[in-house]
Design a protein around this ligand. Structure first.
Ligand SMILES: Cc1cc2nc3c(=O)[nH]c(=O)nc-3n(C[C@H](O)[C@H](O)[C@H](O)COP(=O)(O)O)c2cc1C
Length: 477
């Protein structure tokens, strides 16, 4: 850290980021930017200063010099008034104002607003500061350096090596910025103003924070708009990668499943209201296992593959219809089965192919001892479930299309699928129970899947339990 001139002074700079245009109207200046449009009151001098700040980062001295240069005629306002105007504008443009601290040419820290709700950090809290307990460091792909961010903060920061060197101090007891060298003090105050450093002890007794796990609050913050400037939504951003197919081809010995007659299903299904009222989780299995007809009907009614549909704007990427909805017809979820007791099917591990309505054999039942035991324990039951459905996600089906919401969306789909299984099983007189704690790595190994490409996001135990509903009586002839 010693290669900076001893006499170098810290420099604090300002820049307006993400602006598309700054235009002067009759009385107001209109700024169009990445989050929308803003109007502020202002003079020609302010407008030209804002232009300069969009083009370059300017330090305090350069801003004063620039303001002075704009007041070059007799009827110009005094420089002090222009600077006061700029200060007011900066307060109103918090979501666009990027601040940096340098020592000589070396970046100490830079804070960048990431949300339309970000306000310009003006005052730092007094006293010792500590890193926000949800903050984290990561390396940016752009090679910009080490980024400090937190799901609670509306700015992210780049930490230069000087700031990184003292980061451990901020992670434990806390540091009072007044004890630091001047460049680190200014940087720490800026990080404090942005909420990335917080007063020591301030989060310890906040009941709102106590129940949040780090990964949960990070996931919540990033998977909805409003707290990040990372791209959001359906952008098909991975055009350089082959789009994952709508229907997945499985290799293995195939067993055709019996499909139900839809007319018969419609005749015997109890009314939806009765099914909803009767639905309960079933964890005790009777002596008699389910039959291949029942498992075939359940899978056909819930997970069969329907039409493959072209998706506008994404040549080569196709949507797939299923009986339940998925965002953008991504149909990312698959069902694998651990069958230990089912009349008409050899025990073993299978994938369900919803396009052909077949089971594709994947492995011997012994491979799933651990999965069955986990399922039995999760349901608090005495017996392994006769059939365990393992719901997997082909993650790239969603992330190839959507940015930032991919994993959140796949979990929502798992919920949709689980409830559809509950309702159809209840209507059919099968007993089912959703299970929320399957080991995704263990099941990927058992089914021969790559955890990163396709792995479990939910499980469902299936068997024959107590009847929750009587089938509808046949209509009179
Ligand atoms: C996503 C999800 C995960 C679940 N995980 C488990 C589980 O691991 N073990 C269990 O016994 N029940 C599990 N259940 C079932 C709930 O405990 C059950 O739905 C709840 O107690 C209400 O009872 P009911 O389904 O009979 O109405 C889960 C339910 C859902 C929707």
């Amino acid at each position: 850290l010693s290669d900076v001139d001893d006499g170098a002074q810290p420099r604090s700079t300002w820049r307006l980021i993400g602006t598309n245009a700054v235009e002067r109207g009759e009385r107001r200046i209109t700024i169009s930017h990445r989050f929308g449009t803003k109007e502020i009151r202002g003079t020609d001098q302010l407008c030209s200063l804002l232009h300069a700040l969009c083009d370059d980062e300017l330090d305090d001295g350069e801003i004063v010099a620039y303001a002075a240069a704009t007041c070059d005629s007799e009827d110009s306002p005094p420089v002090g008034a222009v600077l006061a105007n700029l200060w007011r504008a900066v307060e109103q443009l918090g979501d666009l104002v990027e601040r940096s601290i340098y020592l000589g040419e070396e970046l100490v820290t830079r804070i960048t607003p990431i949300s339309p709700r970000a306000t310009t950090p003006i005052e730092a809290p007094m006293g010792p500061l500590i890193l926000d307990r949800f903050s984290y460091l990561r390396v940016e792909e752009s090679g910009n350096g080490v980024v400090l961010a937190s799901p609670l903060a509306l700015h992210r920061a780049i930490l230069g090596r000087r700031m990184l060197a003292v980061a451990p101090e901020f992670a434990s007891e806390g540091v009072d910025p007044v004890e630091l060298s001047s460049e680190l003090r200014i940087a720490a105050e800026l990080l404090g103003g942005a909420g990335l450093l917080v007063p020591a002890g301030s989060q310890a007794h906040d009941a709102r924070l106590a129940t949040w796990a780090f990964h949960d609050v990070l996931f919540h913050g990033l998977s909805r708009p409003g707290r990040s400037d990372e791209p959001f939504g359906a952008h098909f951003a991975h055009g350089d990668i082959e789009p994952p197919p709508a229907r997945v081809g499985r290799v293995g010995v195939r067993t055709a499943l019996p499909a139900p007659d839809p007319v018969d299903v419609a005749r015997r299904d109890p009314p939806i209201g009765a099914v909803l009222e009767a639905r309960h989780s079933v964890r005790q299995w009777g002596e008699s296992p389910p039959s291949v007809e029942q498992i075939g009907e359940l899978l056909w009614r819930v997970q069969r593959a329907g039409d493959v549909v072209e998706i506008e704007g994404a040549p080569g990427y196709y949507g797939l219809a299923r009986p339940y909805p998925t965002g953008g017809m991504t149909a990312d979820l698959e069902i694998h089965l651990v069958i230990s007791r089912c009349r008409g099917v050899e025990p073993g591990l299978y994938a369900y192919d919803g396009s052909t309505h077949e089971l594709v054999r994947e492995a011997e039942l012994e491979r799933a001892d651990r999965l069955l035991e986990d399922a039995r324990v999760a349901a608090g039951g005495q017996l392994d479930p006769p059939v365990l459905l393992v719901i997997t996600s082909r993650f790239a089906r969603i992330s190839w299309k959507y940015e930032r919401i991919a994993y959140a969306l796949t979990l929502k789909h798992a919920g949709v699928l689980i409830q559809t299984l509950y309702l159809v099983a209840t209507a059919m007189g099968l007993g089912v129970c959703a299970l929320g704690s399957g080991d995704a790595t263990a099941s990927a190994e058992a089914f021969g899947l790559d955890w990163l490409v396709e792995s479990s996001v939910g499980e469902m135990a299936v068997g024959v339990g107590p009847r929750l509903l009587e089938p509808r009586a046949a209509p009179p002839p």
